[in-house]
Design a binder for this molecule. Structure first.
Ligand SMILES: [Zn+2]
Length: 96
């Protein structure tokens, strides 16, 4: 006979993890979340067509520097938010 109580409430079973979507255990080195930003989609006066791709942090940093140096923007949290909003998940084959 099984001495453990086995009622209908088995939801605290530590082995039962119904949400595999958040696990990032597959590290293959080239499956990083690369982002892409295209300056043509940002409001600018000089018809800039620069595009950058890479991990989100790097693209964001590069885009901030670019926005400040090439577009005379100010380095503000608002600008960073704006750039972050312009990031895309799809990296074109030419940049991937
Ligand atoms: Zn630009």
């Amino acid at each position: 006979m099984d001495p453990q109580m086995r009622g209908g409430h088995a939801e605290t079973d530590p082995n039962a993890r119904p949400s595999p979507g958040i696990s990032r255990e597959r590290v293959k080195g080239e499956n990083m979340a690369r982002k892409y930003i295209d300056c043509r989609e940002m409001p600018s006066e000089n018809n800039c067509d620069l595009a950058m791709a890479g991990s989100e942090e790097h693209v964001l940093n590069a885009a901030m520097i670019h926005a400040v140096t090439a577009h005379k923007h100010e380095d503000t949290p608002e600008l960073r938010q704006q750039l972050r909003g312009a990031l895309k998940d799809e990296v074109p084959a030419a940049l991937a």
